[in-house]
Structure formats: C-alpha cells, structure tokens
Design a protein around this ligand. Structure first.
Ligand SMILES: C[S@@+](CC[C@H](N)C(=O)[O-])C[C@H]1O[C@@H](n2cnc3c(N)ncnc32)[C@H](O)[C@@H]1O
Length: 283
C-alpha cells in the first residue's frame, strides 16, 4: 500500500455493501446500515453508476463480496454465542461490525488493525458519525508487510482469552511471508478454541492464463492504487495449508456453498465468482 493513501479497495467494498443494504429486506443478502455513511459519496456514486459494467467485466465478484460479508457476520454471531472475549479485525477498512453488533459493545474487547492511512481516514469518519471516536474499540495501526501482530500487546490484547480474528478481503494484497507471520502469531498467541476467518483467491487465478476482468484491472492500476494482488492459495489446498501451520477444524466455504446457503428465492439467479473462497480454522 502507498504510505499516505488510504485504501481505495476498502471504499469500493463498503460501497458495494451500502448498495446491497439499500435493497428491500427480502432482496438483500447482507445488511450493513452504516456502510453508506462511512463511504466517500463520490466513490459511492461512481460505483453505483458503473455497477452494471463492473458485473459484465467481472461476473459474480460483487455478489461474492456481499456473500462474504454475510457469511462472516453469521460466523461472528455464532462466535459471540460461543463466548469469545476478544475480536481482532485485521485490515479493518470500513468494516462496521464493531458498531453494528450491539452484543459486542461492553462484552468483547475489540481491536481494529489497519494500515495507518486507511485507519486515520476511518477514525475521522467515525468521529463525525458518532460525535467522537468510539471508546470501545482499540485502533492499532500496522503495515502487515513490515510489522507483526505483536503490536496488539501494547493495546491490551490478552493471549489467554478466546478470540476471533476476522481477516476479510486482505490476504490478496500481502506477501506470502506476511500471511505466514500473521497465521503464526494467531496460533502462538491466542487461547485454545480461538478462530480465524479469512478469504482468499485461487493462486491459479493470478496467473496470466486464467485472468478475469477484475484481476487484470487491479494489476493494471496497482501503481495508482498501491493495492496489487500478490497472494493466493491453490484451489482445494487451504486445509493442508492451514494444518501445516498448526490449525485444525478447517472449513471452506466455496462459491457453490455460498450460493446454496444464501442465494435463494428472488436471488437464485445471481452469480458468484468461482475463484474466491472463505475459510475458517481453529487454534
Ligand atoms: C479490500 S480492503 C478490505 C477492508 C475490510 N476488511 C472490508 O472487508 O471491508 C483491504 C484492507 O486491507 C488493508 N491492507 C492492505 N494491505 C495492507 C498492509 N500491508 N498492512 C495493513 N493493512 C493493509 C487496507 O488498508 C484495507 O483496509
């Protein structure tokens, strides 16, 4: 990422959530009522205007992003029911879970980790929305490609507590070393029963032979955005990848699983891009 530029992809993804959330309850897959307030209004208008074109160039990508948020929301709810004491949101961007899941507030220690420029922009937006920066969240600035999660300790992170780590839409932009270090930190520094949930692209989709519209575009504009795609896991290999790194109970949620679970009724004809998967695993 560029040192002084906040994440453009974070804006784009939150805009897609905002558009989905404006639909009627029976039509929407995810619901993030804060997204509209968090995003830059110009980016909102641009994404809305070009949504049809984007869908033609990269069929099913927007619906993967929407289903991803829904699935992680459901996973967070189940984790809350299961009694987590800490939540760490890695590469938080404009993630609004810390402010829209009421059960979190006052019960769970929340840490949002993000690139400093993205985090600064979010904090000033939050201060404007709520009148002050919410006190129940610790904001931990980090460059995953240059630092480790050790920084969490300075903000009161407790390795004895059962913790959920959410890593939504981030592994794509990191080096393999940064992904390994993050996974290693979680295994070594969280209580038994802690979990991590993240999504990834199939490594083969990053090679020239398989490129889809959104991948080609992100690589072409990487010098402008500072967010090029660098990391992927081979299809069908996430179980092995995570068990080699000390995790168990690895569960994948493929595009087919997402489609079966969420895209029913009037949403049954919506397509989900076949190159992304969500995975969760237990320490
Ligand atoms: C696609 S956005 C996803 C944001 C959020 N998790 C969501 O799903 O809405 C990618 C996020 O990763 C963060 N990010 C990318 N590279 C990073 C790095 N090297 N260090 C820290 N954060 C990084 C960006 O700042 C941004 O918030």
């Amino acid at each position: 990422m560029k040192r002084k530029q906040s994440s453009i992809t974070a804006q784009g993804i939150a805009t897609i959530r905002a558009i989905e959330s404006s639909k009627r309850p029976e039509q929407r897959i995810c619901y993030d009522p804060l997204a509209r307030q968090l995003v830059n209004p110009i980016i909102y208008l641009l994404v809305k205007l070009f949504a049809g074109y984007g869908e033609r160039r990269a069929p099913g990508t927007m619906d993967f992003l929407i289903a991803r948020t829904r699935y992680i929301d459901d996973y967070l709810q189940a984790s809350l029911d299961g009694g987590i004491a800490q939540l760490v949101i890695l590469g938080a961007g404009l993630d609004s879970r810390a402010y829209r899941f009421e059960l979190l507030i006052g019960h769970v220690n929340i840490f949002e980790m993000d690139h400093p420029a993205t985090q600064r922009a979010k904090c000033s937006k939050l201060s404007r929305i709520f009148g002050e920066l919410p006190q129940h969240v610790s904001f931990v600035p980090i460059d995953f490609n240059a630092e480790t999660l050790e920084k969490l300790y300075k903000f009161g992170y407790d390795p004895q507590q059962k913790t959920l780590f959410i890593w939504e839409g981030v592994t794509y932009y990191l080096t393999a070393e940064a992904v390994n270090e993050t996974l290693e930190f979680v295994v070594r520094n969280s209580a038994t029963g802690s979990t991590i949930i993240f999504d990834y692209v199939y490594a083969s989709a990053l090679t020239a032979a398989h490129k889809r519209g959104e991948i080609t575009r992100m690589q072409r504009y990487r010098r402008f955005t500072g967010e090029g795609l660098t990391f992927g896991i081979e299809e069908g290999k996430a179980g092995e990848f995570l068990s080699q790194r000390g995790y168990n109970q690895v569960e994948n949620m493929t595009h087919e699983d997402l489609k079966r679970t969420y895209f029913t009724g009037s949403n049954r004809n919506r397509a989900i891009a076949p190159i992304y998967t969500i995975v969760h695993a237990t320490v």
